[in-house]
Design a protein around this ligand. Structure first.
Ligand code: G3P
Length: 287
């Protein structure tokens, strides 16, 4: 059962419905699941075919993705399931929007993942007008989180997530957890319509510190959730101190949330790298 005093929603980051079942068994609950092209490519059935050199057409691949999220959705009908649109460096907003529309119709509890790029934000501005729930992915900066806030103004709480990727920031020597703390602080003066989803969680301490900070949602791999579950689902006490080791601090910036998203400049090498990796992992499955 979910610990009574746990407000944060716990999601599984996986493209494998068997892991969904195992986590539900282990924890006794699961609030949602996030998927992406890389995780889909690691789905056991797809991975076996990939190893044999078998490829799928675009339409077969989308059907497989649909079947995967459909199975997950049936396991957590009251939760949220994130489905990611395909985007490379040339994909335009309109194309993302069309994909998103189709994917949103696949299951009743979808959040559609769009990259937090200028094209992704332009797509989302239209998507929310059509009533789509969204999850803005590949967030590496406070400016991107501010732009998500601005682009989705007027949405209801629960309809919009922003996903900062903390593990990837850690990988390059920056303290990813600072980004979570900074976005939480920035959003405090807002209306609360964007939920912060801590993603790219690599270890139990990431999860515990995100809980301590009060992240709305945390998505974590099967391994991390297993460790947490087997440890009795501990919550961080007042004495919990996150050790960021030698990671470089990410400093807080004052950003005006009243700005239009088009006025908020941002860039980060990990956004481009992330887009490249997701598109590569998707394309390697295709004929
Ligand atoms: O949901 C996507 C995010 O969690 C990615 O994690 O481990 O590929 O950086 P990772």
């Amino acid at each position: 059962m979910k610990p009574k005093n746990l407000q944060t929603k716990i999601f599984l980051d996986s493209g494998n419905p068997d892991e969904t079942k195992k986590v539900i068994e282990l924890l006794g609950f699961l609030d949602g699941q996030t998927t992406n092209p890389t995780l889909v490519s690691k789905n056991p059935e797809i991975a076996v075919r990939l190893k044999k050199g078998e490829k799928s057409t675009e339409s077969e691949l989308l059907t497989e993705y649909k079947n995967i999220v459909d199975e997950i959705s049936r396991l957590i009908p009251d939760g949220s399931v994130s489905i990611e649109v395909y985007a490379d460096d040339k994909t335009k907003a309109e194309e993302m929007l069309q994909q998103g529309k189709t994917m949103f119709s696949w299951i009743p509890n979808a959040h559609i993942k769009f990259p937090t790029t200028r094209e992704g934000l332009a797509a989302v501005e239209q998507a929310i007008k059509k009533g789509m729930r969204i999850n803005m992915t590949l967030c590496f900066t406070q400016e991107q989180a501010a732009a998500v806030y601005a682009a989705t103004r007027g949405c209801q709480k629960g309809d919009v997530f922003v996903s900062p990727f903390i593990g990837r920031l850690d990988d390059q020597g920056d303290n990813g957890m600072d980004l979570i703390a900074n976005i939480m602080k920035m959003y405090k003066v807002g209306d609360g319509h964007v939920e912060l989803l801590t993603a790219s969680v690599r270890k139990l301490d990431h999860l515990l510190y995100a809980l301590q900070l009060g992240s709305d949602i945390i998505t974590a791999s099967f391994q991390v959730l297993k460790e947490w579950g087997e440890g009795g689902m501990p919550l961080p006490g007042d004495d919990f101190i996150y050790d960021s080791g030698n990671l470089k601090p990410i400093l807080y910036k004052d950003i005006d949330l009243a700005k239009k998203w088009q006025e908020i400049a941002f860039s980060h090498e990990l956004i481009d790298k992330g887009i490249e990796q997701f598109s590569r992992d998707w394309n390697k499955l295709k004929q």
